[in-house]
Design a binder for this molecule. Sequence first.
Ligand SMILES: [Zn+2]
Length: 487
Amino acid sequence: MSYDLLVQNVRVVRHDRPEPETADIAVTDGKIAKVAAGIDPAEARTVVDGGGKLAFPGVVDAHQHWGIYNPLSEDTASESRASAQGGVTTGITYMRTGQYYLNKGGPYSEFFPEVLQASEGRAYVDYAFHLAPMMKQHIEEIPSLVRDHGVTSFKIFMFYGSHGLHGRSTDQSSFLMTPEGERYDFAHFEFVMRGVQKAREEFPELADQISLSLHCETAEIMSAYTKMVEEEGTLTGLAAYSASRPPHSEGLAVSIASYLAHETGLPTINLLHLSGAKAMDAAMRMSKAFPHIDFRREVTVGHLLADITTASGIGGKVNPPLRPREDVEALWEHLLEGNIDWVVSDHACCRDEVKFGEPRDDVFVAKSGFGGAEYLLPGMVSEGRKRGLPYSRIAQLISWNPAQRFGLPTKGAIIEGLDADFALVDDDSTWTVRAEESESTQEYTPFEGFELTAAVTDTFLRGAQILEGGKVVGEPGGRYLFRPTGK
Ligand SMILES: [Zn+2]
């Protein structure tokens, strides 16, 4: 036997070829051994009939939040199952100290081993973590996080300092759990950038893969507009929330972040979840202003599929907010023009009892964030196809590009020698999104009732089947990815 697994008769989607090609995929030792038509099934221990479905590279969902509202050990189990349902084979979670997550402060030398321990042995998909330096000591820890833990990507939450996560938490010390007298402000962001750049210089062979991601919103603008919108009281629900965190608050933060990157000489900047026309306009202006900075621009599948009127209720509260339809259309225009580098779920499981406050229909007392890894690949195929987006571009946007940026050279494509991560997609299947069918513990979804025209039926992680006929199967075999992988 030459192969452990042979998946026959699939249309293989590649990021670098315009059209899918009908072929078989053979796997040995968890790696893609051969992609060709007519591989002899007698050569394989296990043979699976792909039935002419599309084979997409396993999704590298570069923006998740396991363990933000639920214990990390629980989320790792349930939310990685939801990920497998969506063809996600690698989830990268944004993790930080402070309120939520492990609900504690302290140095990463103590905190991160706990993160690894809580997730160990429970994930159905491979996983990694982006870490946010919240205090001075964390900045000093960046080189050891790279060297000892394989963490090569970092994050800044620009609005946290004076706004908190939900807009009503203004006490920095209790929310951020940082030392007395330290501030989480523009100066801190500057020093984080200097710290990340220093690590790039210390590890030149990794420099391209050491990057900084920013959540770009401006606390002062949001605080003022939230007050105005609440006092006026004419808007409610997601419309009110969008108005309370207006698009120019993102544009301003994008501009500040970009200038700071220029000032500090840090060229690897990821602008996260740009939510609409103004955020994208600012990001494109910054690329022109600072051509020496290697910007990457991210959008979420939520902002591409839902707007403030089509999302199912205030379960769609998220930061930055879902926007009016014109912004969704602007994002698609940019995406089709090639201005977007990757699409993510921003999956943050927030169960019903946590999500909604009192009164239940008040968007300002609800918590932010929702899951969606289940719908990333089928959503992109369904909506992308309508808009003329080739499957090869989808493979770039949800697998190849994030894998390249985030130090995952063994992931992101169906190519001989890479990890055998792939998902079979039936692109001739119309179905309706129902939260109750998700493996997530979230219980509701802003995509409830959405009609999709493509379905993930089977997912393979390093050659092991983790989703079969739409059902999660087997034991949790996901591994922590020390980056860059393959070393
Ligand atoms: Zn996020």
